[in-house]
Design a protein around this ligand. Sequence first.
Ligand code: 5RP
Length: 250
Amino acid sequence: KFFKLTKNLSLRFKTTMASINEAKQIAAYKAVDDHVKSGQVIGVGSGSTAVLAAQRLAERFKQEKLNIRCVPTSFQARQLIIHHKLPLTDLEIDPIVDITIDGADEVDANLTCIKGGGACLLQEKIVASNSKKLVIIADHTKDSEKLGEKWKKGVPIEVVPMAYVAIKNKIEKTLGGTAELRLAKMKAGPIVTDDGNFILDWKDFDPECNWEKVNNQLLQIPGLIETGLFVNMAVMAYFGMNDGSVKVRI
Ligand code: 5RP
């Protein structure tokens, strides 16, 4: 009986995992197919959904002999571009990006996003802010009405290491909630970002707050480099749904 139960549970787990991955894939593939054209400079996002977009980009690059150049949004994205033998460029060579396709941890009804679950928010935001279009790709679990409804790990905030306690205290005092230093696996010290900084994850914030105002308030704190709040940046979000369809939010 016990064996049957665990087998059923693991089957159910596998089904759920497969459908989340499929949901990521259909969103990623459709966004690449709808938006990428020859002659463009493409911002390549970070995270597991962006991996699938890079895969589709590579397929189309080879099949259609697309003339594209790719700007990475992280070390991971750079590795993906190199792995797929896509043409690598950067903001120094191509300061204007035609379109960036990137994942998100949560997307609300106004296309405000939380990003940085993979600690790449700084370069992601720089590339997105130099892009004509930011298109978000995600599975349906990231689709929410209000930020914080789905993503429970907090808003990632990149900070200068020597200032992390001072910044944590300022955030908690002025905006409430708690800002926790993100630790590496097995708690083996803090996570260090691609740019050598630390991440604070700010949780238990007021879900009714004005995100533009909060983002601006956070950015006033000396030593706080960037936030994972992407306000008025994304023009479109593609959500892969459970039934195999893609929901587009504009
Ligand atoms: C990394 C990010 C990612 O895009 C975000 O965490 C989503 O990742 P995934 O597609 O793996 O769920 O912002 O900093």
